[in-house]
Design a binder for this molecule. Sequence first.
Ligand SMILES: Nc1ncnc2c1ncn2[C@@H]1O[C@H](COP(=O)(O)OP(=O)(O)O)[C@@H](O)[C@H]1O
Ligand SMILES: [Mg+2]
Length: 373
Amino acid sequence: MSCSCFGSSSLRQKRHGKHANELNQDEEGVSIVKTKNFSYSALVGATNNFHRSNKIGRGGFGTVYKGVLKNKREVAVKVLSAESKQGEREFMTEIDTISNVKHPNLVELLGCCVYQHNRILVYEYLENSSIDRALMGSQRSIKLDWGKRSAICMGTARGLAYLHEEVVPHIVHRDIKASNILLDENFHPKIGDFGLAKLFPDDITHISTKIAGTTGYLAPEYVLGGQLTMKADVYSFGVLTLEVVSGRSSGNTNYGGGQKLLVEWAWELYEEGKLLDLVDTELEEFPKDEVVRHMKVALFCTQATASRRPLMSQVIKMLSRNVKLNETQLTPPVFFEDSGRQSGKSSKNKLSETSASHQMSSFPITITEVAPR
Ligand SMILES: Nc1ncnc2c1ncn2[C@@H]1O[C@H](COP(=O)(O)OP(=O)(O)O)[C@@H](O)[C@H]1O
Ligand SMILES: [Mg+2]
C-alpha cells in the first residue's frame, strides 16, 4: 500500500514538491533521501507480530518494538497510538522533520508504514536504549563513567546545533529529555523522537504555540507565554546536562532539603560554591574542573532570559576545554514555587517578557573568552 496520506502534508510538498515515498533527484540534481515504505507484513514478521517480548519502550505517543528485518538488520518499530489525531500528527511531523536530515547524533528514520489505521515508523535500532534507563531509576543497567557522560552531552549538543543552525528550515525539537536521547553500541548519543518538532523558517523569530513537552525540561517563557524559540531546546539541554552529571531526574523532588527542581538546586549550590555536591555518587573518578564546567554550561543554558542563553554552537565551544567561561554574565534561572507558578523570590529572577523574541541573538561575545595559554 502506498502512503497516499503524505500528499496532504503541505510542509512536505513545499519542501520537496514530491511524494514522500519516492526516491528521487530534485530539479537541481541534488539527491533527496525520501522515506522508504515498509509493508505491514514485513513489520509483523520482523517483530514477531508485535509480540510483548519484543517491546523495548513506551512513550507518550506510541509503543516501540525491537524487530529484525529479513535482511537481518535490527530495527526499532514505533507503532503510534492509532485512533488519536495526535498520533497522525506525530507521524507526519516525524517524517517531515527527520526523513531529510542525517547526522551522526540524530536517530535515523529508515521508513514508515501506513496500513489501515496503523501508522508505524521504522528507525535504526540503538543497542543501549535511552539515557533515562542508564542514568536514573532503581534498575540502572549500565555504568556510565565520566568519559561516556561527557560524550553524551557533547554529542547531543552537536545534534542540536545541526538542527538549529545548519538544517534549513531550522528545526526546534521541543522534547529534549533523557528518554529521547538514545545510545548506540558505543554509547554515542542520538537524538530521537521528533514527534513534537517544529520547522522554523529563517525569517521568523519565534512561534506562538500550544505548549507541548515535558515538565521539568520546559523553558519558562514557553510555559508562561507559549513562545517557542530554539532557546527552549537550549534550556532543555541544560536540564538534561544536569541530569547526566547528577544521575537525578529534573522533576520536582526533595533536593537539598526542600521541594525544588534540579535546576533550582543546582543554582543554589552554585551560589554556595558547592556544585560538586550535585555529582552522581555512582561516579567514582572524574576530572573535577571538567565536571564543574559542564554544570556551569548547564546554568548558562537555563538562565531565565532566553536571549542570555547561548546558541548550541556556542555550547559546543563552552563544553570544550579551550575557552574560559565568563561567569560575570551568568544570571539565575526562574524559580517556580509549585508547578507553573513563578516565584517573586528575587527581582533578578523575574522573567523578561521580551526575551523570547530575540531567538538568535544572545550574548555570544561575552559568554566565553579564549583561555590564556
Ligand atoms: N531506535 C531505538 N532504539 C532503541 N530503543 C528505542 C528506539 N526508539 C525508541 N526507543 C525506546 O522507546 C522509548 C519511546 O520511544 P520514543 O520515540 O521516545 O516514543 P514516544 O513518542 O512514545 O515518546 C524510548 O524512550 C526508548 O527507550
Ligand atoms: Mg519519547
